[in-house]
Structure formats: structure tokens, C-alpha cells
Design a protein around this ligand. Structure first.
Ligand SMILES: [Zn+2]
Length: 87
């Protein structure tokens, strides 16, 4: 498992795919994006994580869509507190 595996999974997830978790190979990935500003489109960062094995990785400096900027994504603050970030 490499960081790029998480990046590839994140990009697939954003495109509406159902990638498997780089850590456990199950289809349980979600992500939460955070914007640096309220201006859209904006730059921000995200955490992609697995609801099955509770691991994840940070994605830094990404271009966010309007929906992502509004933070209407899967993943709650409570969930994020349980994630062990590998990267
Ligand atoms: Zn997993």
C-alpha cells in the first residue's frame, strides 16, 4: 500500500466510482473535503477514509467543486475522529 494508491482511490471516488480500500480491499471508502475559503471554486484538502477498517489518508491542496466546498460530502466529524490516518 502506497500513498498513490490512496490518491488513485480518492480520484475514482470523486468521479463516482466505487474503488476498494488500499488497506483492506473492501468497497467502503468515503471522503470529506475542507475548503480554505468560501469562494468557489476553491482550494482545499480532504480526508479519504475507509468505513470498514477505519484507516485513511490526507489529500492536500485539491481543487474543490461547489458541492465539496459546501462540505456536503459523506463523512461526519464523528467518523473522522475514529480514523487512523496512514498518510
Ligand atoms: Zn479499509
Amino acid at each position: 500500500m502506497k500513498y498513490n494508491d490512496w490518491v488513485d482511490a480518492f480520484l475514482s471516488l470523486r468521479d463516482g466510482g466505487a474503488p476498494v480500500c488500499p488497506n483492506c480491499d473492501r468497497q467502503a471508502l468515503a471522503y470529506r473535503a475542507f475548503s480554505f475559503s468560501s469562494v468557489t471554486p476553491s482550494i482545499g484538502w480532504a480526508v479519504v477514509f475507509c468505513r470498514a477498517c477505519n484507516t485513511g489518508a490526507r489529500m492536500s491542496r485539491i481543487q474543490l467543486t461547489q458541492q465539496e466546498t459546501d462540505a456536503e460530502n459523506a463523512g461526519t466529524d464523528a467518523e473522522l475522529c475514529t480514523i487512523r490516518l496512514l498518510y
